[in-house]
Design a protein around this ligand. Structure first.
Ligand SMILES: Nc1ncnc2c1ncn2[C@@H]1O[C@H](COP(=O)(O)OP(=O)(O)O)[C@@H](O)[C@H]1O
Ligand SMILES: O=C(COP(=O)(O)O)[C@@H](O)CO
Length: 577
């Protein structure tokens, strides 16, 4: 239960403000996150870490000499946006390129991937890497689908030390990949976390039971077991992790390993030490030499009562970087010569907004697009709680909040665009960009793409017709499929978008007016959203909890159906775009 907050919607921002105020020796705030507050080393690769808030000290507490050069910080349990990542990268980079590191979550992969594309286009060589250390989230033959949990720290730490040692961007990326190949984690929880302002935890664990196979977003565990003693937990952790040695290591005996016993939120350090006592004994019995163990909080899941163990199988190179000194607000090791404070002021790259010329018809159509966005916001507001509830069944319960943030930002941006005289295409494009930027998360990235695609087809010259709108929706579907990588049947918003796009095209092909064709397609969308309840998720946050999700529709599919239904109301009233 979180007791100390003001407006829950402002929580993540206020955390960042207070964190920076308390740690000015290490960090300063920039739009989208924080960067080191020490002088840059020209030509050094900038290692940026990032993800949602609610995981402190990941990610901002890991910024400092020998560790990250900057952290990109999203809303609670939602990935930051590509725009945020670009802003932090530009403030942190010093000519050696940028490596973006994050846990393997759909939203992070989409937004950081998009940021890398933008930065590369702008001449800043950038690569990305997603950490996949959680053994419970997929079998070893699908290892690339695993989540990133406390093993984030091993990958961040060695990549940053490699950058500090002067390695090139490709080499630092190789070191990160190698560290990830040799990192394995398992987590457990005794009770779920409760987001600020929420009345109930995201999941509960029956009395006397423990959830096994924890993520870091309040997803329920993969399995349940009786609560063990501290020694029993150490035995479960060590036995499970020794059963999956990474490729190239045939037996544990004789190996050297970094170890992280991580508190996930409300487990006391003292309890962790009692568990660690037995972990150390068991590893010694197995013939594993422990190097620089860490016991404490490194990657948390808000106020989750739980813990995880990470084993990091070292070789000479990884051990050198794992043991290298570091000095960040929440992670210190060895001793470092302090770098001088940052000298330069960060350039203010805010650009005065302007919009391209638009025809009168397109400006008139922009009013309908704005009305459609306002209807979107209203229907999302009215259903936010229910969308969160659906999302919490097998996800992290933030779908309603994320969609609300996106829709509010889209309406604000659209109103401003209208004030500047934008045509329908530009108004919708700016709304889509604002949605992606403010919402973050998977759905933020996908809604940003979808609105952009429709916007590009509408343009600012011609009066939009049923055919152009239908083409735009088809282009949006294509973008979502290409970037998100989901297929129909995977239990995502695609299971509504694809039949909606098809039904709309059919209606327009039968020479129905836009409002009528859209209305029929919205009915198809509604049926398709309900039908996702029967599907087993194959992608995204819900996949590791596939069976739990059956019987509940997909949150993103439901929100899409609600929105196209609400937009139909606007079209029917206005008889067109
Ligand atoms: N790869 C994907 N392609 C299309 N839609 C996806 C994909 N992954 C997830 N989704 C959709 O995103 C929705 C979740 O959005 P959101 O709450 O923003 O997710 P998260 O909290 O995981 O970032 C899911 O219900 C699903 O409809
Ligand atoms: O939640 C996070 C990112 O994943 P999404 O897919 O956006 O939910 C974040 O907390 C971890 O990086």
């Amino acid at each position: 239960m979180t007791r100390l907050f003001n407006d829950p919607a402002e929580f993540a921002d206020e955390v960042l403000e207070g964190f920076v105020a308390a740690h000015q020796r290490w960090v300063r705030r920039v739009p989208g996150g924080v960067v080191r507050n020490t002088a840059k080393t020209p030509g050094q690769v900038a290692v940026l870490v990032g993800g949602g808030s609610g995981h402190y000290p990941a990610f901002t507490g890991l910024v400092g000499q020998g560790l990250a050069h900057g952290a990109v910080s999203g809303n609670i349990f939602a990935s930051p946006s590509a725009q945020q990542a670009c802003s932090v990268a530009k403030a942190a980079e010093s000519g050696g390129g940028v490596l973006l590191l994050f846990g393997n979550y759909a939203g992070d992969v989409l937004h950081f991937g998009h940021a890398a594309e933008i930065l590369n286009q702008q001449g800043i060589p950038t690569r990305t890497f997603a950490v996949t250390d959680d053994v419970s989230s997929a079998e070893v033959d699908e290892i690339t689908k695993r989540r990133g949990v406390a093993g984030d720290l091993t990958v961040f730490k060695v990549a940053a030390a490699a950058a500090e040692a002067g390695l090139s961007l490709d080499e630092v990326h190789r070191v990160a990949e190698h560290a990830n190949d040799r990192t394995r984690s398992l987590g457990v929880a005794f009770s779920g976390c409760t987001l600020p302002g929420a009345e109930a935890p995201l999941f509960t664990v029956p009395e006397g039971k423990m959830a096994v196979g924890m993520g870091i977003h309040g997803e329920p565990g993969i399995d349940e077991a009786d609560v063990p003693s501290a020694d029993g937990l150490a035995e479960l952790f060590v036995r499970t992790l020794l059963a999956e040695l990474p490729p190239g290591i045939t037996e544990a005996r004789g190996q050297r390993a970094g170890v992280i016993l991580n508190g996930l939120g409300t487990v006391k350090h003292e309890e962790l030490f009692v568990v660690y006592r037995r972990v150390a004994q068991l590893l010694a019995e197995a013939g594993v030499e422990v190097v620089d163990p860490e016991v404490g909080e490194f990657v948390t899941s808000f106020d989750l009562a739980g813990a995880s163990l990470t084993l990091f199988w070292l070789d000479e190179e990884l051990e050198r970087y794992w043991s290298a000194p570091a000095d960040a607000p929440a992670f210190r090791k060895g001793s470092l010569t302090p770098a001088p404070p940052a000298a330069e002021d960060l350039a203010d790259d805010t650009v005065e907004q302007s919009v391209p010329e638009a025809s009168e018809q397109s400006r008139a159509a922009a009013a309908t697009v704005l009305a459609a966005l306002e209807a979107t916001r209203k229907v999302v507001d009215g259903n936010a709680e229910e969308l969160g509830r659906i999302d919490a069944v097998a996800g992290d319960g933030d779908h309603g909040i994320g969609m609300q943030r996106g829709a509010v930002a889209a309406v604000d941006a659209a109103r401003e665009a209208q004030r500047l005289g934008a045509g329908a295409g530009t108004l919708l494009a700016l709304a889509g960009d604002a949605w992606a930027d403010r919402a973050g998360g998977t759905s933020g990235a996908l809604w940003g793409l979808l609105l952009r695609a429709v916007a590009n087809t509408l343009g600012d010259n011609d009066e939009p017709t049923g055919a152009t709108v239908s083409e735009g929706v088809a282009a949006g579907l294509e973008s979502v499929l290409r970037v998100g990588g989901a297929q129909p049947g995977d239990k995502t918003m695609v299971d509504v978008l694809a039949p909606f796009a098809e039904a709309l095209a059919t209606g327009i092909g039968e020479s129905r007016g836009l409002a009528e064709a859209w209305g029929r397609a919205a009915e198809t969308a509604d049926v398709a959203a309900t039908a996702t309840a029967d599907l087993v998720p194959k992608i995204g946050r819900a996949r590791p909890l596939a069976e739990k999700s059956v019987g509940t529709p997909d949150a993103g599919a439901v929100s899409l159906a609600l929105i196209v239904g609400a937009v139909h109301g606007v079209l029917a009233e206005r008889k067109g775009v």
